[in-house]
Design a binder for this molecule. Structure first.
Ligand SMILES: [Zn+2]
Length: 393
């Protein structure tokens, strides 16, 4: 056997005996409320992760953040611990969409092989999996390259704080594996749309709609005209969509509206589409629909797309390892965004949805298939170890 094959066998053997411990850890993490805006909660999850990793001799760097949850980066040094030596990065987010207090009424429960609870699949199961992959690798001789795992805290609100740390942690990486939940089909994610959210503000001129209608400039009418143009940018064939999902404006029925606002959601498949879309938005916003009205647009959050080309080669490796382990897996495209788009858009081979299989994310019915913990952890560990025979970058 090659070095890599021996290491894969050792790691997979160890992981095969960890299912009960993984589920224990999952219960612990699910039973800590950790909404994206709940710094105390996401930090409490961080405390536990640090404790587990350090107990196993794995170094964790904790970067305190003033408003968001702290950033954790666990590191296994490579042979010679050369930092620039093409590391592998695993990623996961500790925050959930569920409000603080959810655990008190709806904590972790389990029926046979299915676990339930807030964030059980998205993505506390993925966090646990990454922790156990690190622990499995820690039991081997040092790899020829470093392995790192990043645990961020605000993905569900667009990774406003986390993105800079993701970019820094991914720099120079040979591969990124993001442990978002595996699809209900059992597949991993090989492509994701990017998305950007915008706030649009339109101002006009107020006037009494009975006494001096002609003196007014309706911000509502100007916004309405823009909405029609913005929605016309949707093109299902290319995968670009635009949606004004919220509007507000005016002061009373009989006043020409002096102000109106809207929130716009956009999705795209490629970075080129993103650039073109942003330019089109600027043009539409700049057009004066009605004399006396003006509009501004401001991006409030966004994820870059995970272009399928960036996952192809890494997916082939992952699929081959899964085959060896005895499970069949395909790649799947999804319209949902994730941090994988950030690393893929840096040009780094990226695979997403490597976490345990789950479904009904962001709902009270969210669940995780617990029997997928071991094989998914083994597939990730084996994919990382597959680089061993290639040595340093
Ligand atoms: Zn997620």
């Amino acid at each position: 056997m090659s070095d890599a094959e021996t290491m894969v066998a050792t790691a997979c053997d160890w992981l095969a005996g960890q299912q009960v411990q993984m589920i224990d850890c999952l219960k612990t993490l699910v039973d800590i409320d950790s909404n994206s805006y709940d710094k105390a909660g996401t930090d409490a999850v961080a405390d536990v992760i640090v404790e587990w990793l350090e107990a196993d001799g794995i170094a964790v760097k904790r970067t305190p953040r003033p408003d968001s949850g702290d950033i954790l980066e666990a590191r296994l040094d490579g042979k010679g611990s050369d930092d620039a030596n093409g590391h592998v990065l695993m990623m996961g987010h500790r925050d959930t969409v569920f409000p603080t207090g959810t655990v008190a009424t709806r904590g972790y429960t389990q029926q046979d092989d299915i676990g339930y609870g807030p964030g059980v699949a998205d993505m506390k199961a993925g966090l646990v999996m990454n922790i156990f992959v690190l622990r499995a690798l820690k039991r081997l001789a040092p790899l020829p390259f470093p392995v790192r795992a990043l645990f961020t805290a605000d993905e569900e609100i667009g990774s406003r704080d986390g993105t800079a740390f993701i970019r820094a942690a991914a720099e120079g990486a040979r591969a990124v594996l993001n442990a978002e939940p595996g699809r209900v089909s059992g597949n991993v994610v090989t492509g994701r749309k990017g998305g950007a959210a915008f706030q649009i503000e339109v101002t006009g001129k107020a006037a009494h709609s009975g006494v001096s209608h002609a003196d007014g400039a309706s911000a509502i009418e100007a916004l309405a005209r823009k909405i029609v143009k913005l929605h016309a940018l949707t093109d299902y064939d290319s995968g670009v969509t635009t949606n004004v999902g919220l509007i507000e404006g005016g002061v009373s029925r009989n006043t020409v509206a002096p102000a109106a606002t809207a929130q716009l959601d956009t999705r795209f498949v490629t970075n080129e589409q993103r650039v073109n879309l942003l330019a089109a938005l600027e043009t539409i916003i700049a057009e004066e629909e009605i004399p006396g009205t003006q509009a501004t647009i401001r991006q409030t959050s966004g994820f870059l797309p995970m272009e399928p080309a960036m996952s192809e080669a890494l997916f082939v490796r992952y699929q081959a390892q899964a085959d060896e382990l005895g499970f069949r897996v395909e790649g799947e495209f999804t319209g949902g965004c994730s941090d994988a788009g950030t690393t893929a858009s840096l040009g780094i081979p990226t695979l997403c949805g490597t976490g345990p299989v789950g479904a009904k994310m962001h709902t009270d019915d969210e669940y995780c298939h617990l029997e997928t913990f071991v094989p998914r952890a083994q597939a990730v560990a084996a994919t990382i170890l597959g680089f061993v025979d290639e040595g340093s970058a």
